[in-house]
Write a protein that binds this ligand. Sequence first.
Ligand SMILES: [Zn+2]
Length: 259
Amino acid sequence: MAEKRSSHAYMLLAPEGPERDGSARRLAAELVCTGPEPPCGQCRDCRKALAGTHPDVTVIAREAGTKGLRQDIVVGQIRAMTADAQLAPNEAARKVYIIDQADRMNQQAQNALLKALEDPPGHACFILCAASADALLPTVRSRCVRTGGGVRQERAGELSDLARGYLEAAASGDLAQTVLFCMNRGKLSREDTEAFAGEVRDAVCDILCGRLKDPGLGRETLLRLDGLMDRALDCLRHNVQPKQIFGLLAAETLRVDEI
Ligand SMILES: [Zn+2]
């Protein structure tokens, strides 16, 4: 069950938004990809899944009612989904169902989903997107493989952009900008925070080796930031929360004597 590709149910835990939608689509692409290294992003299945036009990738979301979106994902939607999941895929080897706002499934809907998770049709995969697992039944949770930020490669790209943003903020010497940058990242998952710190260290190394342009930090500051990331990673290993890690970075990225 731990093996990603062999599971039929994933729980994608991330704040709601385009980033999470992108991660869900990317994971769906990985599941239908026919390329050598899924998700290859090049094969027909990947391209369709990423564009949201793959006939075997279905998104389940709250339906529109008379006053905007309904409060919950209701049992009828889940039953329709599981009925559809019994049918053979159209083009891919799998049928993928992305349940957006899975935490909005009411109790009945979750019970209906549970049945599908307990006895899934061989070709069906479910991706439950939620901000947190708290609203999901423990029985539902336990049948899903957790995938924090979606597929690793995509996150790596985003997180290396974030790392560069961090170094640019540090190079600006602008305390307010730097603090704001760090404070805005406090909601990153543990896994992403760890990857972020790793990306900063990689970028620092690249700058020191001349592979990347120095945004104006200088060797001494670069070495200090490298040490700071080391501390951040150490704190993470000791279960310090990401929010506190970014608090540390907000406080320590700029040295008063360097501003
Ligand atoms: Zn592909």
